[in-house]
Design a protein around this ligand. Structure first.
Ligand code: AMP
Ligand code: MG
Length: 269
């Protein structure tokens, strides 16, 4: 099992996970960036194969606190891959239409089809995180959702979807640094949202909600990985490595060419 994968049926304590950890890389940052380039090339090849084979469906779920690095991770994973076979689905505050349905309605519609990799920027986990922390619905309602989510993800897995879930784990101090950058650096100012300051005050409640959500929904068919994410280079390296390793195990092959392919050579003038 991967060092950062959360075992089924354990009680996760995030304090035991160091957001600065770099234990899976024993050399310097520059060497890690070179290694990442190498992994990216592998990912590009694997995604091309996945798209051509048109059998696998891959769902990558990203959750994090504000400024946790979801956008940066998406940029990093997507760099160079064929945009035809990949898609990002971002989940915001539900629209009035979405609110009229059950919480998985908008989620299910965005799940990957054959040959596709979909990255969820936030997900149905918001429905046991923000909804719980802000008491948007009764406890009795969100408490049932862990089981519903396990069943939903089992359905997707049984029908051929590979699910990988990442929690990008940053420290509260690191978040402060990142918010200050959003105030100081003109190109980042657009990202600053005063609401994030209010959310930051609820850090402890969010950590508790994440611990429960991850503990109760990390399964063999849809595992959670808690990724040390204070250092972007390490986060990108670890995540890209996990994704390429999962895809390599799929033993994908290119579809067979048409019969008698050679005979068409002579038909070309
Ligand atoms: P961002 O990802 O920074 O664009 O922010 C999206 C916002 O939508 C976050 O504050 C999320 O907590 C919020 N959000 C996403 N899903 C839900 C949901 N199901 N219920 C309430 N708020 C949500
Ligand atoms: Mg935000």
């Amino acid at each position: 099992m991967h060092a950062y994968q959360i075992k089924e049926n354990i009680k996760l304590t995030l304090k035991e996970y160091d957001p600065n950890d770099t234990k899976l890389w024993d050399s310097d940052k520059k060497a890690a960036k070179n290694k990442l380039e190498d992994l990216r090339k592998q990912l590009i090849d694997l995604q091309r194969l996945l798209y051509a084979e048109h059998k696998q469906k891959v769902l990558i779920i990203l959750q994090a606190m504000d400024s946790g690095g979801k956008d940066g991770t998406i940029r990093s994973i997507f760099k160079g891959v064929n945009p035809q076979g990949v898609r990002v689905a971002s989940f915001k505050v539900p629209t009035p239409e979405e609110s009229k349905h059950d919480y998985l309605w908008r989620i299910h519609k965005q799940t990957p089809r054959s040959g596709e990799i979909v990255i969820f920027n936030r997900s149905h986990y918001e429905d046991v995180l923000v909804v719980r922390v802000h008491q948007l619905i009764a406890d009795t309602v969100w408490k049932k959702r862990y089981e519903q989510i396990r069943h939903f993800e089992k359905l997707l897995a049984d029908e051929g979807t590979t699910i990988i879930k990442f929690f990008l784990h940053i420290s509260k101090d690191e978040q402060k640094e990142r918010f200050l950058e959003r105030i100081d650096i003109p190109e980042k100012q657009w990202k600053f949202n005063p609401r994030d300051i209010e959310e930051r005050k609820l850090w402890g409640n969010y950590m508790q909600a994440y611990e429960d959500a991850i503990s109760k929904t990390s399964t063999s068919y849809a595992p959670w990985y808690v990724i040390p994410a204070n250092r972007n280079w390490y986060r990108d390296y670890v995540i890209t490595k996990i994704i390429t390793d999962v895809l390599k195990k799929k033993n994908m092959t290119y579809p067979n060419p048409v019969e008698d392919l050679e005979k068409y050579r002579t038909a070309l003038d």
